[in-house]
Design a protein around this ligand. Structure first.
Ligand code: VGL
Ligand code: ZN
Length: 240
């Protein structure tokens, strides 16, 4: 359990990436609850929380209409670019706008922003990253965080993939791990030989205990009992 200063980075939990949005990620809205929980814990401990937002000009080579890959999404000032209505909103959270350059994709929260500088100013050594989408903005944010010298925990339960190709999410997790990010949460169970429900339980348990560095034995056993009740819900792993 490291005691270095941590920050939480919540990547692009915006309407256009959630069900009903123009670039909807399957089950994208499922990241809201776990990220809200974590954000509250970070804020309670006085640790910094950042929310990035994809914040494109109306005309950018990022969009298929202008030679890029994607349908129009997250145009500055539109409803689609707003954060999901249930995502935590708090004056202590710093919003990082990215993807504002009309000649670049701007997937990473570090690309063309002052995020690295802000993290260093706050003495942050380790970032926890989740959000949307695993195979694009989360992945690029994680890889840049490693390049910038931060320790990274990638929150597998609190991210979802676009999966233009079916394995993209899985592959993105591998790339993040290869770059030195620690993958916490359910994805670890993909390499576990125990029956899957049991793996989910154990990886989730480990994850939750990691989250609460002060977790007493009593709190841990409480967490364990509540996880036992929630095993069936863990099937969401397969949609990652
Ligand atoms: C993203 C595709 C296009 C993301 C942003 O937030 O992952 N994906 N723009
Ligand atoms: Zn975009």
């Amino acid at each position: 359990m490291s005691e270095q200063t941590k920050a939480l980075i919540v990547v692009d939990v915006q309407n256009d990436f959630c069900p009903g949005g123009s670039l909807a990620v399957a089950s994208g809205d499922e990241v809201v609850a776990p990220l809200n929980e974590l954000a509250k814990e970070f804020l309670d401990r006085g640790e910094p929380v950042f929310k990035t937002r994809d914040w494109h000009p109306a005309r950018t080579k990022h969009f298929a209409a202008y030679g890029g890959t994607w349908p129009i999404h997250c145009v500055q000032g539109t409803r689609g670019a707003q954060f999901h209505a249930d995502l935590i909103d708090d004056p202590r959270i710093t919003i990082i706008s990215k993807g504002t350059d009309e000649s670049a994709d701007g997937y990473s929260g570090f690309d063309g922003t002052n995020l690295a500088q802000l993290l260093r100013e706050e003495g942050v050594a380790e970032v926890w990253v989740g959000g949307l989408a695993t195979d694009y903005c989360v992945k690029h944010t994680v890889l840049d965080a490693r390049r910038e010298g931060f320790e990274v925990k990638a929150l597998a339960d609190a991210m979802r993939a676009v999966n233009l190709k079916p394995n993209d999410g899985r592959q993105a997790i591998e790339e993040m791990r290869d770059a030195g990010a620690e993958i916490v949460g359910n994805t670890a169970s993909a390499f576990c030989l125990l029956p899957s429900a049991f793996c989910f339980l154990l990886t989730d348990y480990r994850h939750l205990c990691l989250q609460s560095s002060l977790a007493s034995l009593a709190l841990r056993s409480q967490i364990f009992r509540s996880l036992l009740k929630g095993i069936s819900r863990q099937a969401s792993f397969f949609t990652l």
